[in-house]
Design a protein around this ligand. Structure first.
Ligand code: GLY
Length: 331
């Protein structure tokens, strides 16, 4: 990509980061801003982001902030970034709290990309684990599809499961297009995630994320109890978070008691985890969930399933119901 830009006569300043949640911080953000300020980057010059979700988020936030906003072009290189992080304009970094805990995406801005350029040939270089992680966001979309007018997505994914698992390129191209179409519909209706959006709006895209974010940055958790594979990838944490959200909803009588089983079967079929060893106490996880951006005052706002493909927003889930969700993902 750098060669293409340079051969088109465009001057480039290149900054690389090692993508991990622990570097998605204000410190890295400051470093990148310093680098851009030290270059000849002008008011109309774009930041071009090439990478996965972490790179999309931090590069987008740099673009949103530098000179109060310069254009950003997102070139996602992972499935997760293609179907989610590069689309819709959410940008930001994690925040380290006084006690040392890292809270996901607590600082950021909405800043829409001028262009998203997703080349699915890049996905061939991904590890199986990164591919599975991206499929987690696709399963999330399948689990909210009926609530946002894209009813067919879940069925389409079920019908094409074998070619999705085989990462057949024509199927993956369709998968990306269908998932981006769903996300674009949701974002077009509620770009800034209004707290009182009718029928949940953009908040529905956070299905699995309130539980998931609370465990994603905990050190030592891995998808297969092998410490060498810690920490969890974002998609793995979201997979676990979706299971917790389904079991929580089942315990509140909001959905059929088989809803979580359907989700677990989908996750199993693509090799995503539905339970994890080494979780801290339920109280500690609930406390971390309270720092979530969607928390309203002292209540924790959750996206809970009302069935397969349907979700809704709940502000008053009991601690017991959240505990059922959390306990359901303990290995
Ligand atoms: N990843 C959720 C959203 O973009 O709203």
């Amino acid at each position: 990509m750098i060669g293409s830009l340079q051969s088109a006569g465009l001057a480039t300043t290149i900054e690389t980061i090692t993508p991990s949640e622990s570097v998605k911080t204000l410190e890295t953000f400051g470093h990148l801003l310093g680098a851009i300020a030290g270059s000849s980057h002008g008011r109309v010059d774009p930041v071009v982001s090439l990478g996965g979700g972490i790179v999309c988020d931090i590069a987008g936030f740099v673009a949103a902030s530098y000179r109060r906003g310069v254009p950003v072009i997102q070139c996602p290189s992972t499935l997760l970034a293609m179907v989610d992080a590069s689309v819709g304009g959410k940008t930001g970094v994690n925040l380290t709290l006084d006690g040392g805990g890292l809270m996901k995406n607590l600082v950021g801005a909405f800043h829409q990309p001028r262009l998203v350029c997703a080349d699915i040939a890049l996905l061939e270089s991904l590890s199986d684990r990164h591919r599975r992680s991206g499929l987690s966001e696709c399963i999330k979309h399948a689990f909210i599809c009926k609530s946002v007018g894209h009813d067919g997505l879940g069925d389409w994914m079920g019908e094409h499961l074998e070619s999705i698992k085989a990462f057949d390129s024509a199927t993956i191209e369709q998968l990306v297009m269908r998932n981006v179409a769903l996300k674009a519909t949701v974002v077009a209706r509620d770009e800034h995630e209004s707290p009182d959006a009718i029928e949940g709006g953009r908040m529905l895209l956070n299905f699995g994320h309130t539980f998931g974010h609370a465990i994603e940055t905990l050190p030592g958790l891995s998808p297969d109890a092998d410490g060498a594979n810690a920490p969890l990838h974002h998609g793995e944490a979201v997979a676990l978070g979706m299971v917790a959200a389904c079991r929580c909803a089942e315990s509140l009588g909001m959905c059929a008691p088989t809803t979580g089983d359907s989700l677990v079967a989908m996750l199993d079929s693509v090799g995503l985890p539905s339970c994890v060893a080494g979780l801290p106490t339920t109280d500690e996880i609930v406390e971390r969930m309270g720092h979530d951006k969607k928390a309203i005052g002292s209540s924790i706002r959750l996206v809970l399933a009302t069935g397969v493909g349907q979700c809704t927003i709940v502000d008053d889930a009991s601690g017991d119901a959240m505990g059922v969700g959390i306990d359901s993902i303990r290995a």
